[in-house]
Design a protein around this ligand. Structure first.
Ligand code: THU
Length: 146
């Protein structure tokens, strides 16, 4: 079982581990329409890892992105209290690719602005934060009385 070092910025080897797990998940992608094989690996604050891949549909619009699949799995497995520490996204198409807008909002439901997001850029994996990808995300606090 893969283990991760404790809080603080993720070490280089932890980032690589998370990216590898995302790439492994991408190998299971169901993407007969786009042939774009995406995987996501979530590192939860308790150290658990949950992965997901994109699952397409002939109707196209019912496609689930890898990040959304991973979140659904994480909540199903660990319950509604999950919090994300980091998310790695990989694809097997050697493409620079960032989480889509819908995925950013989905991740924001379970992550603070400083959660790390690792994604493939032209020159290799990049690390940024959720807050940089979706500033001023719509959050539950807006609709839930304090
Ligand atoms: N896709 C993801 O899985 N995550 C993203 O953030 C962007 C797009 C998938 C959806 C679809 O199956 C394929 O990539 C092409 O858009």
């Amino acid at each position: 079982m893969t283990s991760f070092s404790e809080p603080g910025a993720l070490s280089l080897s932890d980032r690589q581990k998370l990216l590898n797990l995302a790439a492994e998940a991408a190998a299971n992608s169901y993407s007969p329409y786009s042939h774009f094989r995406v995987g996501a690996a979530l590192l939860l604050t308790d150290g658990s890892i949950v992965t997901g891949c994109n699952v397409e549909n002939a109707s196209y619009r019912l496609t689930s992105c890898a990040e959304q699949a991973a979140i659904a799995r994480a909540v199903s497995q660990f319950g509604p209290g999950i919090r994300l520490r980091a998310v790695a996204v990989a694809n097997l198409n050697h493409a620079a690719s960032m989480p889509c807008g819908a995925c950013r909002q989905t991740l924001a439901e379970f992550a603070p602005d400083n959660a790390l997001i690792l994604y493939p850029d032209e020159s290799g994996p990049i690390t940024t934060t959720l807050g940089a990808l979706i500033p001023h995300a719509f959050r539950g606090e807006f609709i839930t009385p304090a």
